[in-house]
Design a protein around this ligand. Structure first.
Ligand SMILES: O=C(O)c1ccccc1NCC(=O)[C@H](O)[C@H](O)COP(=O)(O)O
Length: 208
């Protein structure tokens, strides 16, 4: 079970996520979000993250050269693309030594052709609600068949619903942002710890 805590912007909450046992921490570089950080702040936060924890930059419809420049400046090793970027952008990230996550809404994934599903199978997927970072869950009927490779479930997860949704969707891991906040854009250390514990607990029970 892989756990990603997204939209972090303070040293305290990054430390809480790492100490709680998150596998990845995410920083939003897409403009216009209450969680958007600049690359300088992200670089200071990334400096305190152990190498065993994946650092993820989150982008939406930004030019790929800009994405790579920000990822390098911030020092993140992984790039999560939320827009309608072409597959060439994903290949370019790989060529640059960055690990891509392709984020797709559940309904977009559910509507893909078999050929498109298998092309995307080359990448790690993050299946989200229609509006990323909005704290909204999606309905089972929107997704249909589960992705075949490594995929993260996102969209409206919380400490309260993580175990139930993990058991239902059986993803490779989970991703959360709004559900571990006390107010929009403000992460809550207590909820981060509760989320990681709930997700780990669910994964442990699923493997028994
Ligand atoms: O967080 C944002 O505001 C955001 C803006 C633009 C693109 C992506 C964004 N966030 C992505 C995430 O934080 C998560 O990967 C995912 O959408 C889950 O969000 P939530 O439903 O809030 O848990």
């Amino acid at each position: 079970m892989y756990i990603k805590i997204c939209g972090l912007s303070t040293p305290e909450t990054v430390r809480t996520a790492v100490d709680a046992g998150a596998d990845a921490v995410g920083f939003v570089f897409a403009p216009g979000s209450p969680r958007t950080v600049d690359p300088g702040l992200a670089a200071r936060l990334v400096a305190d993250v152990p190498e065993t924890v994946e650092t993820v930059g989150v982008f939406r419809d930004q030019p790929i050269d800009e994405v790579i420049g920000i990822a390098r400046a911030a020092g993140v090793g992984t790039v999560q693309l939320h827009g309608s970027e072409p597959d060439d952008d994903l290949r370019r990230l790989v060529d640059e030594g960055l690990r891509p996550f392709r984020a797709l809404s559940a309904s977009a994934f559910g509507g893909l052709s078999e050929a498109r599903r298998s092309a995307l199978g080359a990448y790690r997927l993050l299946i989200d609600a229609a509006e990323p970072g909005a704290g909204v869950t999606f309905d089972e009927t929107e997704l249909g068949r589960r992705p075949e490779g490594f995929w993260l479930l996102a969209g409206g997860l919380t400490p309260e619903n993580a175990a139930r949704l993990f058991r239902f969707f059986e993803p490779s891991g989970v991703d959360v942002s709004s559900g571990v906040e006390s107010a929009r854009g403000v992460k809550d250390p207590v909820r981060i710890e509760a989320f990681v514990a709930a997700a780990r607990g669910a994964a442990g029970r699923a493997s028994e």
